[in-house]
Ligand binder design. Structure first.
Ligand SMILES: [Zn+2]
Length: 543
């Protein structure tokens, strides 16, 4: 198990008794040392009074922010500005390769001497066949006032897809194989782009999905795997472990490249804002491969979570409506349950695309049960999309169960509109909110969809007339239900009721009790949540 060098640098300070009979502040780095100190009753009274005052002020600030939001809901420019600046806990459903904009892929392809076909497929050199493949660098070097890269950007994204004969669904999924070659050797650049974009929108945390090692383990499994054998014998674990080691090396290279691009090892004043966005990874299993390949990938995913703290969970990806994904869905859930039983400490990191389906896209027999199977067979703690919930045999019971188990739904409004043509009143978001199922807004594929997380907040506000309290609850949920280690900060993200250890503290305040400081030190998830609260307080105090 490796430890993280860039552990959250949250600045929380705590009160300490001092002989000169005045308060001093000390940073969280010293919190462990200070935990042995105690409060005299005199300081406690003063401290409680101070906390009380701060608490009243923060409530008033939040009300001002809520009023501001209400007053600008129908003013798109003002609303964008408000939501762009509003602290957003994180993006929990973000495919790294789909998060990069086409222009970046084209720029990197040009720098790397890669090629592109007339249909917009980026390939490795040499550029063949002649007349079909062309160097991207040549295209960028010979742009004219009337001839830029517009058709290529359209081919590598869903921009202008309505003007074509291909559906949003098909255009969306077709883009990935077109830009795959552009990602080779550029994953650090990709993380830098996505985390810098997050920083510019006041987003604290990203769980980025990527498939490191998945094609390697799938290729091995196809020739050496045996699903009929006993667990432990179905695939050679030593080979999988070697792929795990290689994936860890790749992550080291990715992180080093990201840090170099963003200047994260420079003095604080010269560091890029993106350095301060906490990035973790979800290992993504490609569900459209053969059963033995999916099995091997699932094993690799669990082993990666166990081996490296940067990998906090797993997800199953590729179109859920694909014939193979539909055929094998039940078997896949069984794989996760079985392998997961051998990785009890890693099972808390399971999130699954579930119910990204509609009637017409697939036959009725595939609707209404994927969400339930993901949660109750595979043990998912979160699901992505959850669109087909209305087809459940008993939607009311399923929703109540999700609320009771606190299963978060990752909501991707633009993605659902483009791929599934589900939007507005047809989307289940209001129903999830009505039942108290936790939700968080996410982008899915912000590069392919040509959006960002702020856009999704704005879409949610304007479509569903959400108030500030609900919006802030979603922002909090993105950390509360993240797969960061440790206990969460809240008993209730909507009301902002903190767990016992920090219930008397003003959320996000620099001064907290020794007990709360100890809790924050022990729980990285809660400590990042505390940073979000301090940013929310700063944001709300500006209205
Ligand atoms: Zn997705």
């Amino acid at each position: 198990m490796r430890t993280l060098s860039n552990r959250c640098s949250l600045r929380v300070t705590i009160f300490k008794e001092k002989t000169e009979e005045r308060f001093i502040f000390s940073s969280l780095k010293l919190a462990q040392w200070l935990l042995g100190t105690y409060w005299t009753s005199r300081y406690a009274v003063l401290g409680i009074a101070l906390f009380g005052l701060l608490g009243v002020m923060s409530t008033a600030w939040a009300e001002s922010a809520a009023q501001r939001l209400e007053s600008i809901k129908r003013q798109p420019l003002q609303l964008r500005q408000f939501l762009q600046r509003m602290p957003k806990g994180g993006d929990l459903h973000n495919h790294l390769s789909g998060a990069v904009y086409a222009e970046s892929y084209l720029r990197w392809a040009a720098e790397d001497g890669k090629c592109i076909s007339l249909s917009g497929v980026i390939t490795l050199p040499p550029c063949e066949p002649v007349g079909e493949g062309q160097e991207v660098r040549d295209i960028l070097a010979h742009m004219t006032p009337n001839g830029g890269i517009e058709p290529l950007v359209d081919a590598l994204s869903v921009r202008n897809y309505e003007r074509r004969e291909v559906s949003g669904h098909d255009q969306f999924f077709a883009t990935f194989e077109r830009f795959t070659s552009a990602t080779f050797g550029r994953r650090g650049d990709m993380v830098a782009e996505v985390s810098s974009r997050a920083a510019s929108q006041n987003i604290l945390y990203l769980e980025l999905m990527q498939s490191l090692g998945m094609f390697e383990v799938a290729a091995f499994a196809q020739t050496h795997g045996d699903l009929e054998a006993d667990y432990g014998q179905r695939i050679d674990h030593a080979t999988v472990d070697a792929i795990v080691a290689d994936a860890i090396l790749q992550m080291d290279q990715i992180d080093a490249r990201r840090r170099a691009i963003q200047g994260c090892d420079l003095i604080a004043a010269e560091q890029g804002d993106g350095c301060h966005v906490t990035v973790r990874y979800l290992s993504q299993v490609i569900r459209t491969l053969s059963p033995v390949q999916v099995y091997a990938q699932t094993l690799l995913a669990f082993k990666l979570i166990a081996a490296d703290e940067r990998v906090v969970g797993l997800n199953f990806v590729a179109p859920e409506d694909h014939a193979v994904a539909l055929r094998d869905y039940k078997q896949h859930m069984g794989f996760i349950a079985e392998i997961g039983s051998h990785f009890p400490d890693q099972r808390s990191g399971i999130t699954l695309h579930a119910g990204e389906l509609t009637l017409g896209l697939v036959p009725p027999e595939h609707l209404g049960w994927h969400i339930d199977a993901a949660i109750n067979v595979a043990g998912a703690k979160r699901i992505g999309h959850g669109i087909d919930i209305a087809f459940a045999p008993d939607m009311d019971a399923l929703l109540r169960s999700m609320a009771a188990q606190q299963i978060l739904v990752e909501i991707n409004l633009t993605s659902n509109d483009v791929i599934l043509e589900v939007s507005d009143a047809d989307h289940p978001l209001p129903v999830y909110l009505q039942y108290g199922v936790p939700v968080a807004l996410s982008t899915d594929d912000e590069g392919v969809s040509r959006i960002d997380l702020t856009h999704e907040y704005q879409r949610a506000v304007t479509t569903y007339d959400l108030g500030y309290e609900v919006l802030r609850g979603m922002s909090r949920n993105a950390l509360q239900y993240s797969f960061l280690p440790g206990e969460p900060l809240f008993d209730n993200t909507l009301s902002g009721r903190a767990v016992d250890a920090c219930s008397s503290a003003t959320l996000g305040a620099e001064a907290v009790s020794a007990r709360c400081a100890e809790f924050l030190v022990d729980n990285p998830k809660a400590s990042l949540q505390w940073l979000l609260e301090s940013r929310l307080a700063e944001f709300e105090s500006g209205f």
